[in-house]
Write a protein that binds this ligand. Structure first.
Ligand code: MG
Length: 113
């Protein structure tokens, strides 16, 4: 699925099943909620937090998809072409950070003594 197809699929679903988009402000709040759910899983799976019963009932992939869904909703309702936006972002980061991580790459390639 391309990003364009993703945007179209979400738009079709919102139109046919979802009853229309929530307002941008509501979707911003929902995005925050979904990012929180994602953070909860990451903190318990990769961080120092210890999971309580039920904490891990949602899968990491499910929460990542929930975050992406709301991002796509916000893009659609604000007329944002995510394919173009991501291409521009990659170009910006590539120019801005061309040498930024050189020391990191060099350290990663050094063999331990
Ligand atoms: Mg969720």
């Amino acid at each position: 699925m391309t990003i364009k197809q993703l945007q179209e699929t979400v738009d079709d679903w919102i139109g046919e099943i979802g009853g229309g988009y929530f307002s941008e402000l509501t979707n911003m709040a929902l995005l925050t909620e979904e990012v929180g759910e994602l953070a909860r899983i990451i903190a318990r799976k990769y961080g120092d937090q210890i999971a309580k019963e039920g904490d891990m009932k949602h899968a990491l992939a499910e929460e990542l998809a929930d975050v992406l869904w709301v991002v796509v909703c916000l893009a659609n309702q604000t007329g944002t072409d995510l394919t173009d936006a991501l291409a521009a972002s990659i170009e910006k980061k590539s120019k801005r950070d061309k040498a930024r991580f050189n020391s990191r790459r060099l350290n990663a390639s050094k063999k331990p003594d």
